[in-house]
Ligand binder design. Structure first.
Ligand code: AHR
Length: 339
């Protein structure tokens, strides 16, 4: 059984966690995983006595995603008893559905995926269930009434992340009236919906907080920069940027500097993720506060699959541990930051 506490510790430390009873461990050959769009390993579904797993990744939109992909690929290796088939959906739901159908057709033993958006998964998940292939959700949730369509969902509490940002803003910036612009993540994705919700919940009773504009930057640096340029042109009095991830915050920094203003001072910036580039900008004073979203889900995913494969059970929801950093804490954390 993967206990919630155990998983939280594991994700925080970012270490391999294979201390539980494992039924299908064997040595494997070279790691032939690939991250190309729509690709899969060249082997069939069998892979000897390894456990075949089809993983459909959202895309490669951010530093967070790169760290997450690395963690998955470094954990589900042949040496660790897995035959991983990995595909990158390029932020398109149709690509993910196609990848999942292909994994079903190949007869993999487990399917794991991080759903780009929340809705529209029931049909393909029914197909996996009909084929007796357990599904594990990593990082992002699906919106479905039928909770039997997946075994567990492991990842951060995105509402809580937005709430922590909002609470910090209340205490540290919104002690006087402020105009806030929001750079939203991918439209329809769980982190975009939940981080917006969490921030609004935390700030709704603070009459000093006024959200004057909110638009998606699709979790990319380029998207954050372009949307911020538009915000700056339309609104001369922006006090704070709430970016749903570090990459969009980094894009916003470029736009703010190009407009002749000082990020972190003239316009304060708060964001979520805690990737190295974001933490560096925080340490440099260009971002003011970051709530972490831990991408190192690979060790726990491997652990979950091995637990299920040995006949064990897992909690339906496993929440990973996230820290938070101000500028001083970022300086301290940077030298040992893993991603
Ligand atoms: O789902 C997690 C989010 O997806 C990360 O916060 C963001 O950087 C990524 O694109």
């Amino acid at each position: 059984m993967v206990s919630k506490k155990f998983s939280m510790r594991a994700a925080a430390a970012g270490v391999a966690v294979l201390a539980l009873g494992l039924s299908a461990c064997s040595s494997g050959g070279d790691d032939d995983n690939t991250a190309d769009p729509g690709s899969s390993s060249s082997e069939g579904s069998g892979g000897g006595d390894t456990i075949s797993v089809g993983f459909s990744q959202v895309g490669s939109e951010s530093g967070w995603r790169a760290a997450n992909t690395k963690s998955i690929q470094e954990s589900l290796t042949k040496e660790n008893g897995f035959d991983l088939k990995f595909s990158d959906a390029q932020q398109k739901q149709e690509n993910q559905i196609q990848a999942i159908r292909s994994y079903i057709a190949q007869g993999v033993k487990y399917i794991a995926f991080s759903p780009v958006v929340e809705t529209g998964w029931d049909a393909v998940l029914q197909e996996a269930k009909a084929a007796n292939i357990p599904v594990i959700l990593t990082d992002r949730a699906v919106d479905t009434q039928d909770k039997t369509l997946y075994k567990t969902f492991i990842g951060s509490d995105f509402v809580e992340e937005g709430k922590r940002i909002g609470e910090w803003v209340n205490e540290n910036v919104a002690t006087e009236p402020i105009n806030v612009v929001e750079l939203q993540g991918t439209t329809g994705s769980a982190p975009a919906i939940d981080r917006k919700q969490g921030f609004e919940d935390a700030t709704k009773s603070n009459t000093n907080v006024k959200i004057i504009a909110s638009q998606t930057g699709d979790f990319t640096r380029d998207g954050g920069k372009k949307v911020m340029e538009g915000f700056l042109q339309a609104n001369p009095d922006i006090d704070l940027v709430y970016a749903h991830n570090d990459d969009m915050a980094l894009g916003a920094i470029e736009a703010i500097e190009a407009a002749g203003k000082v990020p972190g001072k003239d316009i304060k910036i708060v964001s979520i993720d805690g990737v190295k580039d974001g933490m560096q900008a925080l340490a440099d004073g260009k971002i003011n506060y970051i709530v972490e979203c831990n991408p190192l889900l690979g060790p726990d995913l491997a652990d979950i699959i091995k637990t299920l494969d040995s006949g064990g059970t897992v909690e339906p929801r496993i929440v990973t541990h996230d820290d938070a950093f101000d500028q001083a804490a970022a300086k301290e954390a940077l030298p040992t930051r893993q991603y």
